[in-house]
Design a binder for this molecule. Structure first.
Ligand code: GLC
Ligand code: CA
Length: 578
């Protein structure tokens, strides 16, 4: 327990995720790049974030935009040179900020030298860097495992009549972590970047690296990845591998690791992040972005209820307390935009974006802000047909549903429009010029036309903007041990519109009240909360003077009405009687 509560820089920081391809284009070829990021460090510093996470900038054929690595130790020329990258790291450090890189260890590109060697012949020394299996007697794939793209995880190499495994695209073959040489080479690669001075890693798909090597069929399921547990997710040797990485690499540097681990149980999170076990610093909570998935199918949406969200948050905030640490990840480059799925894209966009900022920055766990969320950017609008879609997961789904199963293309496109990763990948909206100030050339993916209303230049000028709200919230969080370390408890848990919770640490306590609704909502606090806020001060509210009126009413125990998405954060310093 002691070690878990130990103060660490990575618990007290706010992380900002940069998707370099879409952040800022410095040489006007339509593709974001590293000098572009360097030119925006003032902006990021003004926002107040302290750690920047770059999604992959290594040499890649871009089947999965960098998550298919061809060369681990060099920079993709589109993004700049190694010198550009080193200058970026220096600039970041000079400002007292930190930089973490994306560590992709589950797979490489099929263009990687190792795979080129491996596929050249079964006798090649690199053959065993990947996972090969003979066909079943009838020639079919070794088992029924399904990739993230919806097809079989096995691809036949006709020359050798053996299948290789790919959890993602067939152009991203999975590495064989059972092979000590693979682990050795991966560790060398990690040290390469750590020796250059990076401050940590976000580890991609980390809970996929160990597989059940008897390769049994998984229980049949038509839901993508629903049957993965123990077979190729959180597999038999996963904790052993992570402990080995910790001992041989991570523990030798001042750094932290944040593991991307979809479908983990809370017990797994405790195992991955309990410092006594020496595995990872934190697991990223991704579950909130699944709250609107119907029936565990990421492509189908349902009207989510606040109750569902409260349950997810309670699981991570209460059950992990004192036993592990997590990153709070309400959005990223793989999911729809935060405002579009948890807030309101229309009339209440600004209000709901501010409420979501308050939510993200008052939860327990290291907050991750995805680029553009701090100005309330919304889902893309340009995906008319599948030709407009750049990302492979949506392309794979379309192929499977429309071309193979004969489903109505419009129905499938509607789902893709709501959920595709491209929603989060439109260019960062710097100003209202033709390509949103991202580039003067046509960007690799079109800028949203709402750049006229949603852009950095305008929000920097407007003191009431979403940007300035994020900036203030970040400042408030950094000043408060209770918001960083404090215990979380849900209040008004049955309320279908209001999400309220407390955070407590020593004599500092907070009450957060969020109207998670596009309607005005009546609120009267129960007696013990009235007493609590009588001893507290409103630190920040989303609705200026109106919020002050709300506070008066709440403090005197009366019923009052919150505007749509109106949210309030109270802080008190007395010792409360428990
Ligand atoms: C992670 C990344 C995603 C990528 C996948 C495969 O989920 O966030 O963008 O496609 O891993 O590397
Ligand atoms: Ca460029």
């Amino acid at each position: 327990m002691k070690t878990i509560m130990k103060p660490e820089f990575w618990k007290e920081s706010v992380v900002y995720e940069i998707y370099p391809r879409s952040f800022k284009d410095s040489n006007n070829d339509g593709i974001g790049d590293i000098p572009g990021i360097r030119s925006k460090l003032d902006y990021l510093q003004q926002l107040g974030v302290d750690i920047l996470w770059l999604t992959p900038v290594y040499v890649s054929p871009n089947v999965d935009y960098g998550y298919d690595i061809k060369e681990h130790r060099d920079i993709q020329p589109e993004y700049g040179t190694m010198d550009d990258w080193k200058e970026l790291l220096d600039d970041v450090h000079r400002r007292g900020m930190k930089l973490i890189m994306d560590l992709v260890v589950n797979h490489t590109s099929d263009q990687h030298e190792w795979f080129q060697q491996a596929i050249s012949s079964p006798d090649n020394p690199y053959r065993d860097y990947y996972i090969w299996q003979a066909p079943k007697e009838d020639g079919s794939a070794p088992n029924n495992w399904i990739s993230y793209l919806g097809d079989s995880m096995w691809k036949l190499d006709e020359a050798s009549n053996e299948y290789y495994l790919h959890s993602y695209s067939e152009k991203q073959p999975d590495l064989n972590w059972e092979n000590p040489k693979v682990r050795h080479d991966m560790k060398e690669m990690m040290r390469f970047w750590l020796d250059l001075g990076i401050d940590g890693y976000r580890i991609d798909a980390v809970n996929m690296i160990s597989k059940d090597t008897s390769f049994p069929d998984a229980p049949p399921s038509d839901k993508l990845q629903a049957n993965a547990e123990g077979f190729y997710k959180n597999g038999p040797r996963i904790h052993e591998y992570l402990h080995e990485l910790y001992t041989d690499v991570f523990s030798h540097y001042k750094m932290f690791t944040a593991g991307e681990a979809a479908s983990v149980s809370i017990d797994d999170v405790k195992k991955y992040t309990n410092p006594d076990r020496e595995e990872m610093s934190m697991v990223l909570m991704i579950e909130a972005s699944k709250v609107c998935d119907a029936d565990n199918d990421m492509w189908q949406s349902k009207d989510w209820s606040l109750h569902d969200l409260k349950e997810i948050i309670a699981k991570w905030e209460e059950d992990i307390y004192g036993q592990g640490w997590m990153g709070i990840y309400l959005s990223n480059h793989d999911h729809p935009r935060l405002v579009s799925y948890l807030g309101h894209e229309g009339e209440y966009r600004t209000d709901s974006a501010k409420m979501l900022a308050m939510f993200l920055l008052t939860l327990r766990g290291t907050p991750y802000i995805y680029q553009g969320d701090e100005i309330g950017m919304t889902n893309a609008e340009h995906m008319k047909t599948i030709e407009d879609v750049k990302e492979q997961q949506a392309q794979g789904y379309y192929k499977q549903m429309v071309e193979e199963k004969g489903e109505d293309p419009e129905v499938i496109m509607e789902r893709i429009r709501a959920k595709a990763r491209d929603n989060a990948r439109t260019p960062m909206q710097w100003d209202d010029s033709e390509h949103a100030g991202f580039s003067t050339a046509t960007p690799w993916i079109p800028a949203h036309s709402n750049k006229a209303e949603i852009n950095v230049a305008q929000q920097l000028e407007d003191k009431d903007s979403v940007f300035h709200f994020y900036r203030k919230m970040i400042g408030i969080r950094k000043e408060s041990s209770a918001l960083i370390y404090g215990k979380y408890a849900c209040e008004l848990s049955d309320d279908p519109y209001i999400f309220a919770y407390t955070r407590e640490w020593n004599d500092e306590h907070w009450l957060i009240i969020l109207n998670f609704s596009k309607s005005s909502t009546d609120l009267q606090l129960p007696e013990q909360l009235v007493e609590r806020i009588q001893q507290s001060e409103l630190m920040i509210g989303t609705h200026g003077e109106h919020s002050e009126g709300v506070v008066q009413a709440l403090k005197s125990g009366q019923q009052t009405t919150l505007h749509p998405y109106e949210s309030l954060a109270f802080r008190g310093l007395s010792i409360l009687d428990q």
